[in-house]
Design a protein around this ligand. Structure first.
Ligand code: FMN
Length: 279
């Protein structure tokens, strides 16, 4: 059996994209039919979704960064908008910044199963923490490293060979619920609540209205009016804050305080293994 592989991802800071590219390259090397979509290219989404719906045997690899222990809203929205599938397999993957990978894989897996997909693999990949990219030594620096990347290549090869020999094995959803029962329950409770956004302050004296924040926003959530204004589609990736040349966009809570809390969480949870594939 040779499904067509669709690789879909959201990656404000680049790590999830790197993993998606590895999947793509390895699939192409073994002559698989493959197409990819960066969800930041929102205009391409409807056609891509239609192609998925019209393809007979689909294997969807779908990647999200972990934010606040969960998959990000644009990725979950994409899954929720998919049609009900037949003859379809899926491989959710996440990149995480070593604080906690939470229930993102489970959450994606559950939504994919509800759409008729069979989960045949998954991966969590250690990555540099996107909230720390202004630091000299951010948590997770150098990740995804060579070993992390090797695991992705091996996972791809294994899945391809299972498809080719018709030995596809379904992954039990519970395998993706690997946190302690307390942590898992806490994260699942949060899934029902509105997505938390750290309020932003705009320093209108500093802002030169250059529009870089608007350009770098992966979900087109910023419009200059005449200073940056945010719409509801903001999911708090912090790109606007990190790219602003005048530091005119600031989180209401200081970045230093946020970073100190992340370090505490890394040390408290000490989640291992850092990178893991599930098959
Ligand atoms: C708003 C925000 C929240 C995050 N929350 C978590 C988290 O709960 N746990 C974690 O380990 N990493 C967390 N991270 C780090 C990202 O998961 C990590 O850097 C990821 O690789 C980013 O993916 P990208 O480079 O594809 O954007 C967070 C990053 C941001 C910007």
């Amino acid at each position: 059996m040779r499904p067509k592989f669709f690789v879909v991802f959201m990656s404000p800071n680049g790590s999830t994209r790197l993993v998606a590219d590895l999947f793509m390259q390895q699939l192409s090397r073994s002559d698989q039919q493959v197409a990819s979509l960066n969800l930041a290219d929102h205009l391409l989404v409807p056609d891509f979704m239609e192609e998925i719906a019209d393809t007979e045997n689909v294997c969807l690899l779908i990647g999200s960064p972990v934010y606040r222990d969960m998959a990000v809203p644009p990725v979950m929205d994409f899954i929720h908008k998919l049609p009900k599938m037949k003859n379809a397999w899926a491989i959710p993957f996440v990149t995480w910044g070593l604080a906690c990978s939470g229930i993102a894989l489970w959450q994606m897996g559950k939504a994919l199963i509800e759409k008729g997909f069979r989960i045949v693999g998954a991966a969590k990949v250690a990555s540099v923490h996107a909230m720390m990219r202004n630091l000299d030594h951010p948590i997770g620096e150098d990740h995804p490293d060579k070993d992390d990347q090797k695991q992705i290549l091996q996972l791809t090869d294994l899945l391809v060979s299972r498809f080719e020999t018709n030995e596809i094995k379904d992954l039990d959803l519970e395998t993706l619920d690997y946190q302690s029962p307390e942590m898992s329950e806490e994260c699942k409770g949060r899934m029902e609540k509105a997505w938390m956004i750290v309020p932003k302050k705009i320093d209108t004296n500093a802002c030169s209205q250059c529009g870089l924040c608007e350009e770098e926003c992966p979900v087109q959530a910023i419009a200059l009016d005449p200073y940056p204004k945010f719409t509801d589609s903001c999911f708090d990736c912090f790109n606007c804050i990190q790219f602003c040349p005048e530091n005119a966009i600031q989180p209401a809570k200081s970045l230093v305080e946020i970073q100190a809390n992340i370090v505490k969480r890394v040390n408290l949870i000490q989640e291992r293994p850092l990178t893991q594939s599930f098959v």
